[in-house]
Write a protein that binds this ligand. Structure first.
Ligand SMILES: Nc1ncnc2c1ncn2[C@@H]1O[C@H](COP(=O)(O)OP(=O)(O)OP(=O)(O)O)[C@@H](O)[C@H]1O
Ligand SMILES: [Mg+2]
Length: 211
């Protein structure tokens, strides 16, 4: 199965969420995972190459892929029904080459923040994605949420977003998230993240993966 992680908004938490999910799926559920880094800046894959030098057996591969290589790579990876492919999407959705990438998604995860600009770009992302691939469930994940976020702002945002998909509980803004890397999720962030990852796994992933 293919899981897309995207949002037009830079810094929404796409790469962090990709790594959290990859770490979770491999360590908690012993799933077979490959991460495709389609971000033009290729931040996750370059960090991975550095981390790999220190590790004998990385729990999953992270591969930097461009749009031209994507179809063939996807074909190879999805030959195995147990394989879970996570795709860290580019921040810009202005390339028609992205259409097959969007269409390949079984579910689409969209981390976002409650600030005005973030919500606007998140809605734009949701509209584009829904237009291309209306059948894939869209799951919004409020990320980096400060404790002072206004309740009415939150309610209004969630009301609009629920027209496009589901909204998970929020992930707090915590400095420890900056220590999430390709091989390890700091234990301290687990209580904040596990309820959300469990929810996504139980409701959307488990049923797609053969025993
Ligand atoms: N819940 C959180 N609390 C605190 N910091 C966070 C949280 N989630 C992500 N961050 C930090 O925010 C920054 C942006 O996150 P990340 O790189 O995951 O976003 P992105 O959407 O991949 O960005 P880009 O558009 O640049 O690819 C990173 O420094 C990351 O460590
Ligand atoms: Mg990123």
């Amino acid at each position: 199965m293919v899981i897309l992680i995207g949002n037009q908004k830079g810094g929404a938490g796409k790469s962090t969420l990709t790594l959290l999910l990859a770490n979770y799926l491999t360590s908690v559920h012993e799933e077979k995972v490959t991460v495709l880094d389609m971000d033009y800046q290729q931040s996750v894959s370059s960090k991975y190459e550095k981390a790999k030098i220190l590790e004998n057996e990385p729990p999953y591969e992270i591969v930097a892929v461009d749009l031209a290589q994507f179809p063939i790579l996807l074909k190879v990876l999805t030959k195995s029904p147990k394989e879970i492919v996570l795709i860290d999407l580019p921040g810009k959705m202005d390339d028609d080459g992205l259409i097959p990438v969007i269409l390949s998604g079984d579910i689409i995860l969209c981390p976002f923040n409650y600030d005005e600009f973030s919500v606007d770009s998140t809605l734009l992302f949701a509209m584009v994605v829904q237009k291309i691939h209306s059948r894939a469930p869209l799951i919004f994940i409020p990320n980096r949420i400060k404790s002072n976020v206004r309740y009415d702002t939150q309610m209004e945002v969630e009301r609009v977003m629920s027209k496009f998909g589901t909204i998970t509980p929020t992930i707090a803004d915590r400095i420890d998230f900056q220590r999430v890397n390709t091989l390890h999720t700091p234990t301290i962030v687990l209580p904040a993240i596990l309820p959300i990852l469990n929810l996504i796994y139980d409701n959307y992933i488990k049923k797609e993966i053969p025993e």
